[in-house]
Every structure is written in C-alpha cells, then in structure tokens.
Write a protein that binds this ligand. Structure first.
Ligand SMILES: O=C(O)CCC(=O)C(=O)O
Ligand SMILES: [Fe+2]
Length: 308
C-alpha cells in the first residue's frame, strides 16, 4: 500500500462550520498539502446540474469541426484565451506533446463561441464558482500557515486565474503513437492551487514519495484540489507541488474521449513569491530566489511550449 494521504474534506465545514470545524478543516488541508499535495473536496459550491451542463457545452465545443475550432485559436496569446489545438502543449521535460486539445478562459475579455449560445455563460459561471471556492480554500491554508485569514484575497481577486476545459481525444491508431506519447505527461502545476472537475474519470495519477504512481479518484461530483509550484515556492517547500500525469486508457478504451476541467488559481503578476518568513528556519533554509508571480509564469510558459 502506497504511503499517501488524499483526504476527502467538506468545504462547508470551513465556510459555515463552528470554530472547531473550521480549525479542523485548516489543519487537515494543511497536513495533506504538506504530505501529499492533494485533497478531494465536497460541497464546493457547484451543483450537479451546473457540472452536467458544463460537460454538455464542453463536449459540444470539441465536437465542432477543426476549422470552426481554429477560428478561436488566437495567435500571440500563448494559449491563455480561447482554443489550443492538438500537439501544442507538452510537459516541461517531455519530448512529445500531450494527447489533448483545450479551451482557456480568464479574467476580462474572452472569445465567445458563436456556434454555442450557452458556452460563454456556463464556463463563466463555473469560473466564478471555482474562484469563490478557491478563495475559501486559500483562507483555510492561510490559517494553517499562521497568516491572516485574508492574506491571499487581495493578491488573487482579479488575478491571472485560468479555467481550462480539456479534451483528451480518442486514440484511433494506438500502434502509430510515439512510445512516450501520453494524455498529460508528468508535470507540476505552475499556479498557487488547482481545482479540478472531472477526475472521477480514470487516468489521473500522482507520484508518491516512494516513486510509484497512485490513481486519484474523486467521489461523484467532488473536485480534486492540489498545490502548484507558486504555493510550494511561497511556503519554501512546506506545501508540496506533487508531480502528476494523465495516463492513456487501456487498449479497449483507446477510442474514447476523456474530459476534465481544471481551474488554475493564479495571483496577480506583481505578487511576490519570496518565501514566507514563517517557513524559513535552520532546518529549512531558503530554497528559491525571490521572483514575482508574473516573472515565474513567463518562464514556465516558455518551458511548456506555449510562449515563444
Ligand atoms: O485531466 C486531469 O485529470 C488533470 C489535468 C492536469 O493535471 C493539468 O491540466 O494540469
Ligand atoms: Fe496538472
């Protein structure tokens, strides 16, 4: 049995609970983020009807003809808004691109999909709900870190968060795949925390400290939440940005699609990622040079092939 702690936590305990429940929630998420970097979350503020409609519009978008989707692939935006076609993004150290295409939505103006009247509204609603859930989670994390509860709030509201709808397309001819081509190569997320809808479908795996891969499964409508590199840097490695990947399905399911919708919670570009004083001591000397979130994001987008 792999030594791994991915607890299921109820966000309602933090947002509406007693002082004791709030304290327990902060300690549980902090402990899991310190050990494994992953939790699953119930009562995150999105009901089943919203998630079902999200899947409907996302599936309808990716089912559009290639030349329709490519109208929404906008040069110069590093994939940060609109559509990114197959073969564009790869994990930092991977030789071949991931087997996926995706859509990204951020703050401010976003391209509107003319063919799908509900797409903009539904993805916008999901963005707002996940931003709200993310802010509540960051409050609980701030408390665990001994910071003011609202430490992160002004840094992330109107920040660079991204909602990404991913289609891992069917693999029609498995024999023609390059050996190391996978749905999502092993990677760490760049941002502060990631909130993921859709990990109820098989494929997501986390790398354990023993070096083995462990499947992540969420209950029903629960979401998966994990630490990204920005939060790991800020906390001088106290909270762990754990390596994860999405593996290809078994051969009999190769011709099926997989969909997932991660929300990458990013701060504003000017947030300093310099290690918190409370996370530095003799046993934990400062591990990273000081950078801002904007500088760090630029460096990482170049590494994954989205920015030139
Ligand atoms: O599709 C998934 O389950 C995970 C996706 C992921 O790790 C990512 O996009 O960073
Ligand atoms: Fe990821």
């Amino acid at each position: 049995m792999a030594n791994i702690n991915i607890p299921r936590l109820d966000l309602h305990d933090y947002t509406h609970g007693s002082a004791e429940q709030r304290h327990q929630f902060s300690q549980a998420i902090g402990k899991a983020f310190n050990e494994t970097g992953f939790v699953t979350i119930a009562n995150h503020g999105m009901d089943k009807a919203l998630i079902d409609e999200l899947y409907q519009v996302v599936q309808a978008f990716f089912a559009l003809p290639e030349n329709t989707k490519s109208k929404y692939e906008i040069p110069g935006l590093a994939g940060q808004r609109g559509y990114t076609s197959k073969g564009k993004e790869k994990a930092k150290d991977a030789k071949v691109p991931d087997l996926k295409e995706f859509w990204q939505r951020g703050q401010g103006d976003n391209p509107v999909v003319d063919e799908l009247p509900r797409f903009d509204q539904v993805t916008g609603e999901v963005f707002r709900r996940l931003e709200t859930a993310g802010c509540a989670l960051l409050k609980a994390i701030a408390v665990y870190l001994g910071l003011q509860e609202d430490y992160f709030e002004p840094k992330v509201i109107q920040g660079n968060s991204i909602l990404r709808a991913i289609h891992y397309f069917p693999i029609e001819d498995p024999d023609s795949l390059p050996d190391d081509a996978v749905r999502a190569g092993a990677h760490e997320d760049i941002n502060l925390i990631t909130l993921l809808i859709g990990a109820s479908a098989d494929g997501l795996e986390v790398l354990t400290r023993e070096g083995t891969w462990y499947p992540v499964k969420a209950h029903g409508e629960d979401i998966v939440v994990n630490v990204g590199d920005m939060l790991q840097r800020l906390t001088n490695n106290k909270l762990k940005s754990t390596t994860h990947r999405v593996v290809n399905p078994p051969r009999e399911l190769m011709k099926t699609s997989r969909f997932s919708v991660p929300f990458f919670l990013h701060p504003k570009a000017d947030m300093s990622l310099a290690a918190l004083e409370s996370c530095i001591d003799a046993g934990h000397p400062k591990a990273y040079p000081d950078v801002t979130a904007g500088e760090y994001l630029d460096e990482r987008l170049r590494e994954i092939g989205l920015k030139m």
